[in-house]
Write a protein that binds this ligand. Sequence first.
Ligand code: FES
Length: 177
Amino acid sequence: MTNDDKKGRNRQKSSSDMVNLMGNVEQKDDLTYNRRAFLKTAAGASVALGLSTVPFSVRAMMGIAEDESDRVEIAHVDQLPKGESLTFHYPTDNDPALLVHTMSGELVAYNSACTHLMCPVFYKKETDTLLCPCHKGYFDVNNGHPLEGPPQRELPMIHLEIDANIIYAVGRSYRHE
Ligand code: FES
């Protein structure tokens, strides 16, 4: 082997080393960019996940559960003057409920099985409260909280929506204790 051959081989080797080295540098850059992109994506995903779970966490901390139920038509607004109530079922046919047009003009609805021993609760216009006649339990018509008598837990609240003068039940929230 001549010296020129050796030089040529060396040159070839050193040029391929250069290519490898450059390749390594580029790979290193790629890794850095990929790491950055990954961290950015991970941070974005964490923020999005955090935001989406905060309301749920707060509700969970407050002991409030929510049903995702179908939208169900209850009545036409004209059917329920101020101070009147009507019964319906929600979210299933086994869940009796009461829709009330309070004396202050609000529309509210609750499941009407008393949280003491399940007797039906009625709206008492004279006192603008909800009454369970079984053991004289009273509930606040504005939020379903127990006011007097044996009941300790609030009535499950049914969420309402009014669309083209029709009142719909659209969900339910209740405390689970
Ligand atoms: S069942 Fe309602 S007060 Fe007892």
